[in-house]
Write a protein that binds this ligand. Structure first.
Ligand SMILES: *Cc1c(COP(=O)(O)O)cnc(C)c1O
Length: 467
């Protein structure tokens, strides 16, 4: 092919085109030039292959598009229509507006993070949350770290760090997604795992026998968050463990995982033991997450006996695991919402979404169906379906919530067409994330609150032909 490379626009002519100048205005000279050079490099190859020349204006528009794409935030918002409300891969709990505002305020101005305004001297980071957490849980004292994994690590290291024994039932040696496995955390904390009982049954006498060992530092109870052992089973109630621990002079630690502060049955969600109940049962320390059922930012709470919290605060590891002012602001605002349980479901997105009725979601599905079908075009069938959501993050894994949504089915419904549809939805300005199941892409509408925004976003979906 006889190609005229000289006819390819120069770097300068693309830069001087109106789209090139628009790119300079928005992204600066240096980035624009770099993108033009990279594009012209590809353009030579393209011209060599197909002989087609494009003008400076067209190339400028491509450069502008590329710059826009690379400037998009990597952590950009998505529509979570997976049906999992607390989706770990999608950032778990959404913060309440009150919490968002508190974070913004804490970012914009200096705050008295470790400063006692009354005395005009150095204060403690934990002072801001301590009283509030104690009020809501009945604990004597509290501290907060990076996440619940950090909370468990810090507690074990503080109480059993030099090979002290930590007694756990074999039925509670959990793995929580990826790297959090109780035996591994024990080893990293420097504690010696003492397993008792069997996978399905552990008795008081098993704990008693283990307590006879040398150098036992603590008794640990772990909430079996993400699985259930059913059938011929037996576990020792916390109140009995508390008595055993007390008579041996060691603390009882309870890793509650989700750690809800309120009885969820009030909103039609299955009851989980609350943090207050765990404290009342006699646990000396309780740990739980900030961004699971509690509905706040990522954080790990450690609450309980004053002298144990003091020991934790003296551990140098605490400094490495502490939280920053932004999360502290978000936590304070989130926890304050719990002072008024009657209005909690209106303010706390996690609870609002979990408590949403099937009726409400089904009405939304019926209302949206025509607009979604129109936006996706004739190559895709859009049906209203009933489906089941889950809480997520290991909370109540077997308790599905009746929900509704839209099932999207490419007319020529091969698996490849379905994957292509899912990919196209993820490429929208606000990516839409659904779930492929039984030959359809299901959009569970439980977590959709901005219907108009969703439909407007679909305008970016041109009527492409699905394979
Ligand atoms: C989720 C969970 C953890 C880990 O909490 P993160 O906040 O995700 O670090 C630890 N223990 C239990 C029982 C859990 O459910």
């Amino acid at each position: 092919m006889n190609t005229n490379f000289r006819a390819i626009p120069s770097t300068d002519s693309v830069l001087q085109s109106s789209t090139g100048q628009a790119a300079v205005q928005r992204f600066g000279h240096q980035q624009t030039i770099a993108h033009i050079r990279a594009l012209l490099e590809q353009e030579r190859d393209a011209v060599r292959q197909n002989g087609k020349l494009r003008d400076a204006e067209t190339l400028g528009a491509l450069v502008l598009g590329n710059l826009e794409a690379t400037s998009q935030a990597a952590l950009r918002p998505v529509f979570n229509l997976t049906g999992t409300v607390l989706h770990t891969n999608l950032g778990r709990a959404l913060l309440a507006e009150e919490a968002v505002e508190a974070v913004i305020a804490a970012m914009r101005a200096p705050v008295a993070l470790e400063y006692d305004l009354a005395k005009g001297q150095r204060g403690e980071r934990d002072d801001h949350l301590r009283a509030l957490i104690c009020e809501l849980t009945g604990a004597e004292d509290a501290t907060v770290v990076n996440n619940n994994a950090a909370a468990v690590l810090l507690v074990l290291n503080t109480l059993a760090g030099h090979g002290g024994g930590a007694i756990v039932s074999r039925g509670e040696l959990v793995e929580i997604g990826g790297a959090f496995r109780m035996p591994d955390i024990m080893a990293q904390a420097g504690a010696r795992l003492i397993e008792v009982g069997t996978t399905n049954r552990t008795h008081e006498k098993d704990y008693r026998a283990a307590l006879e060992q040398e150098n036992v530092a603590l008794l640990l109870r772990v909430h079996t968050s993400n699985y259930r052992i059913e059938g011929f089973t037996s576990a020792v109630p916390a109140a009995i463990l508390a008595r055993l621990a007390r008579s041996s002079g060691i603390p009882l630690v309870n890793d509650l995982g989700s750690g809800t502060l309120v009885d969820l049955s009030r909103w039609g969600i299955k009851r989980e033991p609350t943090v207050r109940e765990a404290i009342a049962e006699g646990c000396d320390l309780v740990t739980f997450s900030g961004d699971k059922l509690l509905g706040g930012p990522q954080a790990g709470f450690i609450i309980g006996k004053k002298e144990l919290i003091a020991a934790i605060n003296r551990n140098p590891m605490k400094r490495a695991l502490r939280i920053d002012k932004m999360r502290m602001a978000a936590l304070e605002a989130t926890l304050k919402l719990y002072r008024n349980p009657d209005r909690l479901a209106q303010h706390l997105p996690t609870l609002r979404l979990l408590a949403r009725s099937h009726e409400d979601i089904a009405t939304l599905a019926r209302h949206m169906q025509p607009a979604v079908a129109a936006a996706l075009g004739p190559a895709c069938k859009v049906s209203i379906i009933d489906c089941a959501s889950q809480i997520g993050s290991g909370a109540l894994p077997l308790d599905m919530l009746a929900s509704a949504g839209l099932a999207l089915c490419p007319i020529k419904g091969t698996g490849a067409a379905l994957e292509q549809l899912a990919t196209r939805l993820r490429q929208l300005p606000i990516p839409v994330i659904g779930r492929i199941t039984e030959g359809a892409l299901v959009l569970d509408l439980r977590c959709l609150e901005d219907e108009a925004g969703f439909i407007a976003n679909l305008a970016g979906f041109s009527n492409v032909r699905l394979i």
